[in-house]
Design a protein around this ligand. Structure first.
Ligand SMILES: *Cc1c(COP(=O)(O)O)cnc(C)c1O
Length: 316
């Protein structure tokens, strides 16, 4: 299990590479939700998502151990984060992406001077390939969530929240593989166990919800949720025990609720956020939280949306 000390160490290590993101508020959102909502704006983070925190922690440590080469398997936010930090630390990176990765995502990775290799359509094709590439050159494979340094890096968001907002009552976090929530929950609960940590998943990607109910890791068959950052089909071996220990509750949101939250944040707050992040706003807006009149931080995990496609996310 990771510890608060590991997260404090991560905070010092990654400080030169990340933004301390603001908390955004809206009276309209508060009224609609019946709680005082603070959006932790990781969509304004370097590379447009929180993934740079874990990647920076893991890659900095790898470089300190002598690595000059890292690989990752992701066309999304994790791939961009690894490419960004490798470039900042002046080492080489190769990112393995699916055959059908969009040109704009490939260009974003190449823009950070990483090379890209296409491989298959499934992460079960890409991950072994990225590991082989790393091993060939004494490099380090950087996993997206199931790793103590990645989890600790994401947990720095929890420490930041505690320093930015007094008397926070609850923190609401989206769940994919569970790296983000396991880090944040450790930082929060090992500082103040009275603060509630609530996870959010789409109804159609409820693997962590089911796993908690069953008391063991329980995969789902697959999902096509619009929250593309949350499409993992089971929690991680390292993240799940932390979720079991520290997360108070997981709530589920529908695809329509995600769209309505996305539209509200865009129209009323003028913020472009990912559907994966709109899940937490949806949980607040549709009264899924088991309390009212509390101070609630909703973690907006990223803002990398293809603007041309974003029209499909609008709820009319
Ligand atoms: C990766 C990601 C998540 C999920 O994070 P996990 O650590 O896999 O639970 C949520 N939102 C966005 C935008 C992401 O990129």
């Amino acid at each position: 299990m990771i510890t608060k000390e590991m997260i404090e160490q991560a905070e010092r290590r990654i400080a030169p590479y990340i933004h301390r993101t603001p908390l955004l508020t809206s009276l309209q959102l508060n009224e609609r939700c019946g709680n005082a909502i603070y959006l932790k704006a990781e969509h304004l983070q370097k590379t447009g998502a929180f993934k740079i925190r874990g990647a920076a922690n893991k890659v900095t440590e790898a470089v300190a151990q002598g690595a000059r080469y890292v690989t990752a398997a992701s066309s999304g936010n994790h791939g961009q984060a690894v490419a960004y930090i490798a470039n900042a630390l002046q080492i080489e990176a190769k990112i393995v992406v699916p055959e059908d990765a969009s040109l704009c995502k490939i260009e974003a990775i190449e823009g950070y001077n990483s090379s890209v290799e296409k491989c298959g359509y499934l992460s079960s094709d890409r991950i072994p390939r990225a590991k082989v590439l790393a091993n060939k050159r004494q490099g380090v494979f950087i996993p997206p969530y199931d790793d103590p340094l990645i989890m600790a890096g994401q947990g720095t968001i929890g420490l930041e929240i505690l320093s930015q907002l007094e008397d926070v009552d609850a923190v609401v976090v989206p769940i994919g593989g569970g790296g983000l929530i396991s880090g944040i929950a450790t930082a929060i609960k090992e500082s103040n166990p009275a603060i509630r940590v609530i996870g959010v998943e789409p109804e159609t990607a409820n693997d962590t919800y089911l796993s908690l109910a069953k008391g063991e890791i329980t995969p789902i068959a697959g999902t096509t949720t619009i929250a593309d950052g949350l499409r993992t089909i089971q929690p991680g071996d390292l993240t799940f025990p932390v979720v079991q220990k520290y997360v108070d509750e997981i709530v589920l949101v529908s695809e329509d609720e995600i769209k309505e939250a996305f539209t509200f944040v865009l129209e009323r707050m003028k913020q472009l956020i990912e559907p994966s992040s709109a899940t937490v706003v949806a949980a607040c807006m549709f009264n899924k939280l088991p309390f009212t009149n509390k101070r609630v931080v909703a973690v907006i995990s990223g803002g990398n949306v293809d603007v041309a496609d974003s029209i499909n996310l609008i709820k009319k």
